[in-house]
Design a protein around this ligand. Structure first.
Ligand code: NAD
Ligand code: LMR
Length: 333
């Protein structure tokens, strides 16, 4: 039942899997409050959980009710994927097992990979014609590829996986090193896989409009401290918090969707994993992180970013890892 029927715009229907989990708890309230789609855009939330999570989900839905968000028109709670993905315009695939200390994200492929087969099919069969999908559950790049391969009706350019958290982490590291506000950092593209092999491209990053390398003046720090710091930040959080990043991950989900649905500032770009069609010599057919800009409706890979030989080498290693993950996933499924 629609609670706020007087609003003139049609609600955007958003499915969130793993809605009762840690990221879900940090994400739903931001969507319902208008931070993802804007202050005059109604939203309907399709909250998807597995059976053991349904009771907790009921509690989360009660809390959403208790916020009395004017933009929230409907809450669906379900463990049935066909119900959960019915008519959705966005599917945020968060639900899956997070890694524990000592694991790499790729270790989750055997546990989580199969989840994305059923979800891909259910999205294919039920979602709205304009559906767009963002995969967060790890290993997010390869999980996204698995879901995409099981959804033949959905155009390839509608599939995304998340490296925006890595971009945000990288921006803060540079800002702190240069002692400037984080808003002064731009053009920071993370390339490749959401794994320790990712390459946060400091060569093209700008600090207050100047090349980051000139401002920092220490290429050794950038290569040997900054790059691994960003790549291993997820593990650092797990070690400190005893659980994987959740609020910052939810924040990056909001940022990713906002960046894909609003016009990107001139000369800026953002990191999003998309299905490669060979840009910048990246192998075709992997979900890999590239510099993306949007006109508010359509996105494109930014052209003309100059890559140093070192950058090309790092990006190639990360993409080789994605080719290996793809092979493992296809063999297992
Ligand atoms: P969590 O364990 O707190 O919550 C996950 C939720 O998903 C649980 O409520 C669980 O019941 C549910 N779930 C499990 N399988 C499901 C399925 N098949 N369908 C629907 N729901 C299902 O975990 P979390 O901290 O919210 O993290 C979720 C995922 O996000 C993990 O895989 C984590 O590694 C990943 N993650 C990715 C990024 C990124 O930058 N890409 C950042 C942080 C976390
Ligand atoms: C992160 O980057 O924080 C997440 O992918 C969680 C993890 O396992 O590192």
């Amino acid at each position: 039942p629609y609670r706020n029927q007087s609003m003139s715009k049609k609600p955007i229907r958003v499915a969130i899997t793993g809605a009762a989990g840690n990221i879900g708890y940090a994400l739903l309230f931001r969507i319902a409050s208008g931070q993802m789609f804007g202050p005059d855009q109604p939203v309907a939330l399709n909250l998807i959980e597995i059976e053991p999570g349904m009771n907790a989900l009921r509690g989360v839905a009660m809390e959403l009710d208790d916020c009395a968000f004017p933009l929230l028109t409907e809450i669906v709670q379900t463990s049935d994927l066909n119900v959960g993905f019915k008519d959705v315009n966005w599917a945020l695939l968060v639900g899956s097992v997070p890694r524990k200390q000592g694991m790499e994200r790729a270790d989750l492929l055997g546990i989580n990979g199969k989840i994305f087969v059923g979800q891909g099919k259910a999205i294919n069969d039920n979602a709205a014609a304009d559906v767009r999908i963002l995969v967060v559950g790890n290993p997010c790049n390869t999980n996204c590829l698995i879901a995409q391969k099981h959804a033949p009706k959905i155009p390839a350019e509608r599939w995304f996986a998340m490296t925006r958290l890595d971009e945000n982490r990288a921006k803060t590291q540079l800002a702190q090193k240069a002692s400037v506000p984080v808003k002064d950092i731009a053009n920071l593209c993370v390339w490749g896989n959401h794994s320790p092999t990712m390459f946060p491209d400091f060569y093209n990053a700008k600090i207050s409009g100047k090349p980051a390398l000139d401002v920092i003046g220490d290429e050794t720090w950038l290569k040997d401290t900054f790059v691994p710091k960003v790549g291993k930040r997820g593990a650092e959080i797990i070690a400190a918090r005893g659980a994987s990043s959740a609020a910052s991950a939810a924040n990056a989900v909001v940022d990713t969707v906002v960046s894909l649905t609003t016009k990107t500032a001139p000369s800026e770009f953002h990191s999003v994993c998309v299905l490669s069609s060979g840009e910048y010599g990246v192998p075709e057919g992997i979900i890999t992180s590239l510099p993306i800009k949007s006109d508010g409706e359509k996105w494109e890979v930014v052209k003309g970013v100059q890559l140093t030989d070192y950058a090309k080498e790092q990006i190639a290693k990360s993409n080789q890892e994605l080719l290996d993950e793809r092979e493992m996933a296809l063999a297992a499924l």
